[in-house]
Design a protein around this ligand. Structure first.
Ligand SMILES: *Cc1c(COP(=O)(O)O)cnc(C)c1O
Length: 432
């Protein structure tokens, strides 16, 4: 019935997450409030770890893309389940290290890491730096040499695959700001440079074709293209990559009719494609990494809001305004992301109303959902927006000087705060 296994309806007809009553959570922690279910997060982590065990003899690692949702407790949970972490900024490195994560488990991505961030990564002993371009390679070489260290790197390659997803979240095609293209010879140039650059140790290649992808074909295709690339580089330079990063982007259920493949199916097919491609090209099987972000945390989370003004414009639409909006969930204004919404106290009833859920910010585009079905709703009700675990808290802002909501973690009916609600004082703490 719901988009996630961790959601249900209790005897009072209230929506529950991880066994906790969302109406009670709203009363206890206030709104707006993000709630995430620990059991669901752990279950998702285990599915990825198990899929590599089963289909690729455990010769690989799942690295959680922490940009989806990053805080200290999340770093602890995920690494406790045996995953590594992908980080994309000094701030994410700092968060992971503050949580006590082994720096060797960190993989540093990004198309324009700053020299300061690269220095921080090298000095901290970050496990892999995924080098995006030749400028970065040179900068990293200089920094690593100055520190008397060698940087272990993967090169970000554009496999030239057009995954069918939103334009803003496609990254594998040639017209992308990320990585080196194979077709243009850039990638070959990058490999030669990496092999000949001081204080750089090339470990292999990496690709990431996009996000919220439902079809396994482009992932399979990417694995084949990358195996081809390993073979081609071996022929041209004599270097055979030991490691291959296959990226993330596994689609999740935002609405009931979304039907993403099981992660096991994904791994089964990609592993088979890679084994076949490597055998045909007489390559040793590389150590692989996969990078689930959204698929670890997305459907494990929801956001609770309190309804304020309800404005029906006859013949036009009904605006239901809530105490949050684009500040805590900018995904609708960014790319018309779809969500299911529920009146938390009437979750078992049919959705007989169609409404526009409006945020409180001073922007007409500040909407969370348009023309969305929901149970009858009025001022004072608690509304839950489902599947907001990924790219909500992590994309949140203080626009309009609205403090960011807290993150509450539930487990088997018990709830605890893992990120505190911001205060007005937090908002001015850097002001002079
Ligand atoms: C964003 C990103 C991911 C994770 O994408 P999801 O869609 O959240 O799974 C993985 N790898 C890289 C390099 C990324 O940039």
């Amino acid at each position: 019935m719901f988009v996630s296994d961790c959601l249900s309806v209790n005897e009072q007809g209230h929506l529950t997450i991880g066994g906790a009553d969302t109406v009670e959570l709203a009363a206890q922690f206030g709104t707006p409030c993000y709630v995430m279910d620990e059991a669901q997060i752990r279950q998702n982590c285990r599915a990825f770890v198990r899929s590599i065990q089963e289909h690729y003899d455990g010769n690989g690692v799942a690295n959680y893309a922490s940009k989806a949702f990053c805080c200290k407790e999340m770093c602890r949970i995920v690494t406790g389940e045996g995953l590594g972490l992908d980080v994309v900024s000094g701030g994410e490195i700092y968060t992971a290290l503050s949580a006590g994560v082994d720096p060797a488990k960190l993989n540093f991505h990004g198309n324009n890491k700053t020299p300061d961030e690269l220095k921080y990564a090298v000095e901290s002993g970050v496990g892999r730096i995924i080098v995006d371009n030749l400028y970065e390679l040179e900068t990293l070489s200089r920094i690593a040499s100055a520190c008397g260290k060698t940087a272990d790197v993967l090169l970000r390659i554009k496999p030239g695959i057009d995954a069918h997803t939103h334009d803003f979240i496609r990254t594998g095609q040639i017209d992308s700001k990320f990585g080196l293209a194979i077709e243009t010879g850039e990638a070959l140039e990058g490999v030669k440079a990496a092999l000949n650059t001081e204080s750089i140790c090339l470990k292999g290649y990496h690709c990431h074709i996009g996000s919220q992808i439902f079809d396994v074909d482009p992932f399979e295709h990417a694995a084949q293209v990358m195996a081809d690339f390993i073979a081609q580089m071996k022929a041209e330079t004599g270097y055979e990559a030991e490691e291959l990063g296959l990226g993330g982007g596994f689609g999740i259920k935002y609405r009931s009719h979304d039907d993403p493949p099981a992660y096991e199916d994904y791994m089964a097919r990609v592993a088979a494609a890679l084994k076949e491609a490597c055998a045909a090209r007489q390559l040793a099987l590389p150590f692989i990494s996969i990078e689930p972000g959204r698929s670890i945390i997305g459907s494990a989370g929801l956001t609770l809001y309190t309804v304020g003004a309800v404005k029906t414009i006859p013949g036009v639409r009904t605006y239901v305004s809530i105490d949050g909006g684009m500040g805590d969930n900018p995904r609708y204004i960014l790319y018309q992301a779809e969500y299911e919404i529920v009146n938390a106290a009437r979750a078992g009833e049919p959705k007989t109303q169609t409404i526009t859920l409006a945020g409180r910010c001073c922007e007409s585009g500040d909407l969370i959902q348009e023309n969305a079905p929901i149970q009858p709703v009025e001022a004072g009700d608690i509304v839950a927006v489902l599947s907001t675990g990924a790219y909500n808290y992590s994309m949140a802002s203080n626009y309009n000087r609205i403090p960011r909501p807290p993150v509450v973690l539930v487990n088997d009916g018990q709830a605890r705060v893992i990120v505190r609600r911001e205060t007005y004082e937090d908002l001015t703490k850097n002001d002079i």
